[in-house]
Every structure is written in structure tokens, then in C-alpha cells.
Design a protein around this ligand. Structure first.
Ligand code: G1P
Ligand code: ZN
Length: 543
């Protein structure tokens, strides 16, 4: 076994996006591509000699090969130990849990989240710091800078190491500890929620359906929902993880989780339905023929938090990403706790949680979480809902309607235009930015624009500034239209339009969101010239 230093050339495109570096598998398989990025991480984070790293991923195609490369590079870069999930598997929240529990220097997570997998699909990699959360922008910028000047990387010349049986082995001077990917996470969940109450609810015939979408959360759901909480086996679907997610798009929304949606909207539907994504950090919550928007779900969890043992003493504060609806703001106001508005991406919540300023946070993109880890957490959200249901003993939709009755309804929808030519998408954003002057104060039917700007965020903990985080059009009645370019896509550009209208009138609470938002959508398309500039009539996905 010898340490080799390999000469390499920089790749110009290794800029981490909203959540790490994501590219097609083919890009990652180019000679030196993964290695360059991993060396750029190691060079940027300056881990002390002998430090411990956590390593795992969502099990998608290329996960196993990448694990072997990273282990050999970690050994050649002076790490003392790598804790790797058996089979190279760790869900994103489980990786965060393990980093925190064992106080490691950080971890590397291999995932492209909800993006499709397989040889022609996507792959991704990101570094999480010792708090268990995604590296801050300062760190990801440093990694990108390194990737642009890299000239060599270090790797151990060794055979592949076994990662399929628990226990320790040596790779040069470094210990490789293969850990159970589920156990630490399951123990953490048990410590947060009222498992006996949920168990009793399920034993009384309350029927649930959980869809792991052939992705990483399958084994976690089997252990927690089935083995520990006693849900019958047929409560779980698609719980065997596949390298290509069965050819599907492992994104838990009404479009891609249609198999579950059909069951929940069909005859004899279960009482509660939920799904999670490729790496287990997203969640979708459904009642019988009823969809809970992620923004409402966050608000509901905040309003009901004291029913859960871990949050029984109340919340320090809450946070949401800017495009997420302001439903949780209303709960925060009623609870008299602070509510923070951050740019899109989980990395912005970490500092707030580390500083003890927020307990719960969430995004409209089916992400909800708390300070139990530093990632969003799909199964955690499912268990939170089950805990609330076990205490309140009401149907999901009843709980939501009661919430709207008390706080009003933030009617919400997101329109995604995927695979647009970069220039056209950029053109829409530039056109909007150039229109701020004329738009300010303009009226469209019942809507008058109060403010339009490009969202900028100053982190209240470290003072760092993130600008150009999305165009906001805010109306005098609090309704909003947001435009943003995605930072996670791997093909062309994805433009997102987020629509939100506030409605306190309970007689309108059964209306379909699209009906309520039709006028705002028309305004959004008009002022952005989206159709003319992109030639696209319809959104690719509406959530
Ligand atoms: C998307 C979501 C964002 C989420 C991210 C990672 O990013 O919109 O809320 O944090 O995926 O799951 P985007 O593609 O919009 O940059
Ligand atoms: Zn994810």
C-alpha cells in the first residue's frame, strides 16, 4: 500500500449549488473529476491530523465506487478514522445525526437528493461540518476556489475495502469503521417522540401508508414504523432501495409520488399518507384525499409542538426560507417567538440553530426539520405528524382546517419551468430586475405592488451577506410572487415561480389553491414575460 500523489488539471464547473455539487453520473466518472473535488474539500476544511470523518450516501448508482475512492483519499490525507454506513448507506439526516452524536470533524454525503439516479441520472457530493449541517457558503466558496487551482490529489494505492459487514478494518494507518446506518437515527427518533402513543394509535387500527420511493429511507421506515411502532407490513411501500430508484424521480410531491397519491385519493384510503425523497430529508404529508402543503405543515408543527415530548417546553424560534409561505410567521407571532426569513437552502439554518435562536425550520420544497440534527428530516416530519395525530385523535384535514380557522390560510403554490435555455431564464430574471422601478406602486386588479426587490440576507450570527437570492414582488395585502433560478439542476436552467395569497375568510378555505391563485399567476406571467422569453406555455411541475 503506497501513498500516491496524482497530477491533475482543474475542472471549471465544480461550484457547489444550493446543496453541494450535483452533476450527471457521466461527469463524475470522468478521470479525476470526483478526486479533484474531494481533494478541494480536504484542502479547504483543514482537518487536524487523525480527525474522524463520517461517510455515506443515498445508495444511488456510483455511490459504492465513490465511497471506495473517498476512503482511499481520506487515508492519504491524514484522517484517523472514517465511519461509513454499511453498504455506503446513510440518509442525509442520519449522517447529520452520526456526525453530531460521535462529535466527528464532519462528513461527506453522497447524494443528488430527489434528482433521478442510474447511469444516466445524477450524482452529488457535499461536505457537512462538525455541527452536522451543510457547510456554510464561506466553506463552499473556499472549496470552489480550490477546485479552480488544484494541481494534484493524494490517494492510497490499495485494494477495495469491505463496507458490507459491521466492524473495523485498517486502510493504511486509518481505521474504517462500518456502522449500522439506521440504529443511531432510530434511537434519536425514539428520544424525541412519544413512541408508546403512536404505537397505541396504530394498534387501534389507524391506517398509514409510507412511500420510500425506492430510496434510502426504506430501511429506516422498516425499522422505525414497522419494527418499533408496529405498523403492519403493508403500510410501507417501495421500501427496498434501488440504485436507480426504480427509474422514478424520488421527489415526494403530487406529481412524482403519484402511486401514493392515487392510494390516498382512492376508495378506502388510509388515514395518513407520507413519502420521502432520494436521500430521506424531504417529506410529503397527506390525509384522506387531502394534501398538506409543506408551508402549512411547518406552521402546524410549530403550533402543535408542545404535544411532542422533545418540544414540550416550547420553541426558541422558527425559521423559513424566503419563498416559503408566511403561515409559520403567524404562528410565531401568536406564540411570541422570533421568526427568521433566510435564503433558499438548508445551510442557512445551521447558524441560527447553533446559536439557539430557532428550534424548527422549513422550506416550501417539502423540507422540515429541527435542531435535533442540522439537516431537514423526512421521517422526523412523519413521526411528528403521527405524534400530533396520536394526541389529537382528529383526521389530518380537520387539524388543517382548524389551523386555518385560527390563523387564516396562506394559499400557496409553486410553478417550476425545468430545462429552460440558460440565456432565456436569465433574461426573465434580468427583465424583472430592470422593471423594479416601474413595478413599484403599480396596480393589477385588486392587487397593488408594495415592494419589489432582490432578496438579500445578512446572517444574524456571523454577519455574512448573501445577495441576489430571488426576486420578490410583495403586494399591499401581503400576497407575494417570488421568482428564483434553481441551484440544484444539472440540465439547462429551472425557473421557479412561487405564489402566495393570504385568505382569512373560512368560507373560502375549501377552495382549490389554483383557483385562488389564478389572478396572481396571470400577473406573474405578464410582468416576467416568461412565455414570450422562453416559449414555454406550461410549467413542468406544479406543487
Ligand atoms: C431546491 C429547493 C430548496 C432545497 C434544495 C435542496 O433547491 O428549492 O428549497 O433546499 O432543493 O433540497 P433549488 O433547486 O430551488 O435551488
Ligand atoms: Zn433530499
Amino acid at each position: 500500500m503506497s501513498l500516491r500523489t496524482i497530477a491533475t488539471q482543474p475542472f471549471p464547473d465544480q461550484k457547489p449549488g444550493t446543496s453541494g455539487l450535483r452533476k450527471k453520473v457521466g461527469a463524475f466518472r470522468q478521470p479525476h473529476y470526483l478526486e479533484n473535488f474531494v481533494q478541494a474539500i480536504f484542502d479547504s476544511i483543514a482537518a487536524p491530523q487523525g480527525a474522524t470523518l463520517v461517510l455515506g450516501g443515498d445508495g444511488r448508482y456510483y455511490n459504492r465506487q465513490a465511497v471506495q475512492i473517498i476512503l482511499k483519499m481520506a487515508a492519504a490525507n491524514g484522517f484517523g478514522k472514517v465511519m461509513v454506513g454499511r453498504g455506503g448507506i446513510l440518509s442525509t439526516p442520519a449522517a447529520s445525526c452520526v456526525i453530531r452524536k460521535y462529535k466527528t470533524f464532519g462528513g461527506i454525503i453522497l447524494s443528488a437528493s430527489h434528482n433521478p439516479g442510474g447511469p444516466d441520472g445524477d450524482f452529488g457530493i457535499k461536505f457537512n461540518s462538525s455541527n452536522g449541517g451543510p457547510a456554510t457558503e464561506t466553506v463552499t466558496e473556499a472549496i470552489f476556489a480550490k477546485s479552480k487551482t488544484i494541481s494534484q490529489y493524494r490517494i492510497l494505492d490499495a485494494g477495495d475495502i469491505q463496507i458490507d459487514a459491521l466492524g473495523n478494518s485498517m486502510l493504511g494507518e486509518m481505521t474504517v469503521e462500518v456502522i449500522d446506518p439506521v440504529n443511531d437515527y432510530a434511537e434519536l427518533m425514539k428520544s424525541l417522540f412519544n413512541f408508546p402513543a403512536i404505537k397505541a394509535l396504530l394498534a387501534e387500527g389507524f391506517r398509514i401508508k409510507f412511500d420510500a420511493m425506492h430510496a434510502v429511507n426504506g430501511p429506516y421506515a422498516v425499522e422505525i414504523l414497522q419494527r418499533r411502532l408496529g405498523a403492519p407490513a403493508d403500510s410501507l411501500m417501495n421500501c427496498v432501495p434501488l440504485e436507480d430508484f426504480g427509474g422514478g424521480h424520488p421527489d415526494p410531491n403530487l406529481t412524482y409520488a403519484h402511486e401514493l397519491v392515487e392510494i390516498m385519493y382512492g376508495d378506502n384510503a388510509p388515514d395518513f399518507g407520507a413519502a420521502s425523497d432520494g436521500d430521506g430529508d424531504r417529506n410529503m404529508i397527506l390525509g384522506k384525499k387531502f394534501f398538506v402543503t409543506p408551508s402549512d405543515s411547518l406552521a402546524l408543527l410549530a403550533a402543535n409542538a408542545t404535544l411532542v415530548p422533545a418540544y414540550s417546553k416550547g420553541l426558541a424560534g422558527v425559521a423559513r426560507s424566503m419563498p416559503t409561505s408566511a403561515a409559520v410567521d403567524r404562528v410565531a407571532e401568536a406564540l411570541n417567538i422570533p421568526c427568521f426569513e433566510t435564503p433558499t437552502g438548508w445551510k442557512f439554518f445551521g447558524n441560527l440553530m447553533d446559536a439557539g435562536k430557532v428550534t424548527l425550520c422549513g422550506e416550501e420544497s417539502f423540507g422540515t426539520g429541527s435542531d435535533h440534527v442540522r439537516e431537514k428530516d423526512g421521517l422526523w416530519a412523519v413521526l411528528f405528524w403521527l405524534n400530533i395525530l396520536a394526541v389529537r385523535r382528529q383526521p389530518v384535514e380537520k387539524i388543517v382546517y382548524e389551523h386555518w380557522e385560527k390563523y387564516g390560510r396562506n394559499v400557496y403554490s409553486r410553478y417550476d419551468y425545468e430545462g429552460l435555455p440558460n440565456d432565456a431564464a436569465q433574461g426573465v430574471m434580468s427583465h424583472l430586475q430592470a422593471s423594479f422601478g416601474t413595478l413599484s406602486g403599480a396596480s393589477f386588479g385588486k392587487y397593488t405592488i408594495k415592494l419589489c426587490d432582490d432578496f438579500s440576507y445578512t446572517d444574524p450570527v456571523d454577519g455574512s451577506v448573501s445577495s441576489k437570492q430571488g426576486v420578490r414582488i410583495i403586494f399591499s395585502d401581503g400576497s407575494r410572487i417570488i421568482f428564483r433560478l434553481s441551484g440544484t439542476g444539472t440540465e439547462g436552467a429551472t425557473l421557479r415561480i412561487y405564489l402566495e395569497a393570504y385568505d382569512a375568510d373560512i368560507s373560502r378555505h375549501t377552495l382549490d389553491a389554483q383557483v385562488v391563485l389564478a389572478e396572481l399567476l396571470k400577473i406573474a406571467l405578464d410582468i416576467s414575460q416568461l412565455r414570450q422569453r422562453t416559449g414555454r406555455e406550461q410549467a413542468t411541475v406544479i406543487t
